[in-house]
Design a binder for this molecule. Structure first.
Ligand code: UT7
Length: 327
């Protein structure tokens, strides 16, 4: 049994922010951003995360010709929900009227869509019929727009897909290095508790520059992790699937930096053309990167039966996940 994608959907906010726009708020240049990251523009919006998630979900349901009532489970991935509780998945369940679905969120940062697919695979094995996965991120809400080393990277977007059980195979590989937790993090805003002195956890004391509520990143460390993680996740997932890497028809990687994708492609001895890249238009939208890309590929008619597709993500945790499936 394997996962079959019945339909995909996505939502990219209309508002485009160019590299030139960033030169007005921080000391940067279009040349630096393009050369070091491959990003030309990203989408940034005030639209709530749950509205982006709902829009992507409705588009995926329509594309899958599936009614909301047919969905048994909604899995949402996000690090930038509008609410601590309830889950994004529950809010979307109510708004689309998926009254037969159970719903919850997972947080595996930028790799979360791959984790969600793997969880969906397990639920399908337990007999569920149709599952809606939504990855929605408003990274603009947790971006420090005074920090030039991070603010130029991130954008907002949502991607979704409806999956069911199909023929063929699905294989995945995951990893976690919690020792790297402090290379990429965003802390909740501190509570003002009236009864006790609020003490910063020791780990956070080590990062005087990190601001509450926004992303802090040691870019170089994450970069090193990312290249190794991409190569390992894809190699392991392909091996479990029973495929040689060069037999993969298409790889949809997390879109963090074009140089990470180029270096991983080189390490894996795969042509760069095999990797789908939209970072130039969208920037890094964390867990939404992969499903947004999948929707673009699907709507361009480029997901054809029999194709072997690899997905690979990595990010805060530090975590990574890769999977291979047949269309
Ligand atoms: O999705 C989550 C996972 N995230 C990632 O995978 C991100 C991984 N990391 C990266 O992609 C890269 O490390 C960055 C794009 C974040 C940074 O690129 P880099 O080539 O590692 O640059 P750097 O941090 O070594 O900085 C080089 C120089 C520094 O100046 P000095 O110290 O050499 O004078 C920075 O201050 O570039 C400077 N710099 C900038 N200059 C212009 C940093 N950001 C900017 C900027 N514009 N936006």
């Amino acid at each position: 049994m394997a996962i079959k994608i019945l339909g995909t959907g996505s939502y990219l906010p209309e508002n485009i922010v160019t590299n030139e726009d960033f030169t007005k708020i921080v000391d940067t240049s279009d040349e630096w951003i393009v050369k070091r990251t491959g990003i030309h523009e990203r989408r940034i919006t005030e639209t709530p995360t749950y509205v982006m998630a709902e829009t992507a979900a409705r588009r995926a349901l329509e594309n899958a010709r599936t009614a909301p009532e047919e969905i048994d489970l909604i899995l949402c991935t996000t690090v930038s929900s509008d609410f601590i509780t309830p889950s994004l998945a529950c809010i979307v369940q109510g708004r689309i009227g998926a009254k037969n679905a159970i719903a919850f969120d997972i947080n595996a940062a930028c790799a979360a869509f791959v984790y969600a697919l793997d969880l969906a695979d397990m639920y399908l094995l337990r007999g569920m019929g149709k599952i809606l996965i939504i990855s929605a991120e408003s990274l603009s809400k947790i971006t420090d727009y005074t920090d030039r080393s991070t603010c130029v990277l991130f954008g907002d977007a949502a991607g979704a897909c409806v999956v069911t059980a199909g023929e063929g195979k699905f294989a995945a590989s995951f990893g976690c290095d919690g020792a790297g937790a402090w290379t990429l993090f965003a802390r909740q805003h501190k509570n003002q508790v009236p009864f006790v002195e609020v003490i910063d956890p020791q780990e956070i004391d080590r990062f005087p520059d990190a601001k509450d509520g926004t992303l802090y990143m040691d870019g170089k460390e994450v970069y090193k992790f990312a290249v190794g993680a991409m190569a390992k996740a894809l190699t392991d997932a392909s091996g479990k699937f029973g495929l040689a890497l060069e037999e993969l028809d298409l790889i949809v990687p997390h879109q963090a930096n074009i140089r990470i994708i180029q270096t991983a492609a080189k390490e894996l001895k795969l042509p760069l053309e095999r990797f789908y890249v939209n970072i130039g238009r969208c920037g890094n939208t964390s867990s939404a990167c992969i499903p947004v890309a999948l929707d673009e590929i699907n709507r361009a008619g480029k997901l054809t039966a029999g194709m072997k597709v690899g997905l690979v993500g990595f990010g805060a945790g530090l975590v990574y996940g890769g999977c291979v499936f047949e269309v």
